[in-house]
Write a protein that binds this ligand. Structure first.
Ligand code: HEM
Length: 307
C-alpha cells in the first residue's frame, strides 16, 4: 500500500473514531468545533533571522488571522469547561500565500503516533460506554504507553482561564528551522500572554460563550512568540515528551490581536493546517504532525458537505 493511501485510510479511521466518541455535529469541525476569528498583526523582532529564512520571522510586520477555540467536537460545549483551548494563526505573507501556526493550551499530546491515537480514542469510548469512573481502558492504554502519563494528567487537571488572552499555548510538535547557510535546528513554539497567565476562580455563572464575550471587551490582546531550541538527543518525533525546561529559548516577535474579523463565516470555513509551512521551516519527523493535514482534510470534507 502506498504511504499516501495508508495515511488517508488512517485519517478516515481517526475521524470516524472521533465521531463515534463525540457524535457528529453537522457542518462543524470534528474537533475545536466552536471558535471565533480575529484580525491580528505579528511583528518579528529580528531575533529569529539568523536561524530561519522564513519571511514572516525577519523584520517586517505581517497581517494575521487568529482563531481561538474550545477543543470539543460539540459546538455547544460551555466555556467554563475544564477543557483545552486552541489558538490557530494564519500569517498572510507579502507574496499572497499563507503559513499556519496551530497551538493549544497544553504542552504535550496524548499519543506518539496516529495508530496510538486510534487506540486512545477506543479506550476513551470503552470507558465512556461503561460509565466507569476508574477508567480501566485508559489506564491500560497508559500502561502500554507510559510517556503519555504527563499529557493525560495535564489534560485532566487543566484549569479554566480568565480569558483566551491569559493562557499560554504550545504548538506541541517540533519543527525544523533552516538558516541561510542551510543549517537546520529543531525548535518548539509557544505563545506567552503579555497580560500574564490567570485562571478563573469562579466561572460557575458564566454564559456558555463567556470567553468570546470577555475577549470582545478586552481587545486588543498580545502574545510573545517564544521558541525553544532542541539539543542533540532531544526527541523530535514524539510529541508526548517535552524537552528539558532549561533548553535555550528566544523570543522572536509579538502578535497583537486587534478586533473580531468581520467575515466570520469565511474564516470558519477555512482550515488551519500545521504543515502549511514556508521556506525556512520544515516539519519534524513526528508522525502525528505528518498525519494532521490529511486528518483535517477529512474533517473539512465532511463539514463542507454538511455531514
Ligand atoms: C492525531 C492527532 C490529532 C487529531 C486526530 C486532531 C483532530 C483535529 C480535527 C479533526 C480538527 C478539525 C479540522 C478542521 O475541520 O479544520 C482539529 C483542529 C484543531 N487541532 Fe487537532 N488533531 C490532532 C492533533 C493536534 C495537536 C497535536 C494539536 C496541538 C497544537 C492540535 C490542535 C488543533 C487546533 C488548535 C485545532 C483548531 C484549528 C482551527 O481553529 O481551525 N491538534 N484537530
Amino acid at each position: 500500500m502506498s504511504s499516501e493511501l495508508a495515511k488517508s485510510q488512517i485519517s478516515s479511521t481517526i475521524v470516524d473514531s472521533i465521531e463515534n466518541l463525540k457524535g457528529t455535529h453537522q457542518g462543524f469541525r470534528r474537533a475545536h468545533a466552536r471558535g471565533f476569528v480575529y484580525e491580528a498583526v505579528f511583528t518579528p523582532n529580528g531575533a529569529a533571522a539568523p536561524f530561519t529564512t522564513a519571511p514572516h520571522l525577519q523584520g517586517e510586520p505581517v497581517r494575521a488571522t487568529v482563531r481561538f477555540s474550545h477543543t470539543d467536537a460539540n459546538p455547544h460545549a460551555a466555556d467554563n469547561d475544564h477543557a483545552v483551548r486552541g489558538f490557530a494563526t494564519k500569517f498572510h505573507l507579502a507574496d499572497g500565500t499563507n503559513t499556519d501556526l496551530v497551538m493549544v493550551s497544553v504542552e504535550r499530546f496524548v499519543a506518539a503516533t496516529p495508530e496510538d491515537f486510534v487506540e486512545f480514542i477506543k479506550a476513551a469510548k470503552a470507558d465512556t460506554d461503561a460509565q466507569d469512573p476508574s477508567v480501566p481502558h485508559i489506564k491500560s492504554f497508559v500502561g502500554a504507553h507510559p510517556t503519555v502519563g504527563p499529557a493525560l494528567v495535564a489534560a485532566k487537571t487543566i484549569t479554566v482561564p480568565v480569558s483566551y488572552g491569559t493562557t499560554q499555548y504550545w504548538a506541541i510538535h517540533a519543527f525544523l528551522w533552516r538558516d541561510a547557510s542551510g543549517a537546520v535546528r529543531p525548535v518548539r513554539y509557544s505563545w506567552i500572554p503579555e497580560a500574564g497567565i490567570a485562571d478563573a476562580s469562579d466561572s460557575a455563572s458564566w454564559t456558555p460563550h463567556h470567553l468570546t464575550e470577555e475577549l470582545r471587551d478586552r481587545l486588543p490582546v498580545s502574545f510573545v512568540l517564544r521558541v525553544q531550541f532542541g539539543e542533540p538527543g532531544d526527541p523530535t518525533h514524539d510529541s508526548t515528551v517535552a524537552w528539558p525546561a532549561d533548553r535555550r529559548t528566544v523570543d522572536v516577535g509579538r502578535i497583537e490581536i486587534t478586533k473580531e474579523a468581520p467575515d466570520q463565516e469565511h474564516w470558519q470555513a477555512q482550515v488551519f493546517d500545521p504543515t502549511a509551512l514556508v521556506d525556512g521551516i520544515e516539519p519534524s519527523d513526528d508522525p502525528v504532525l505528518a498525519a494532521r493535514s490529511t486528518i483535517y482534510a477529512v474533517s473539512f470534507d465532511r463539514r463542507s458537505h454538511q455531514r
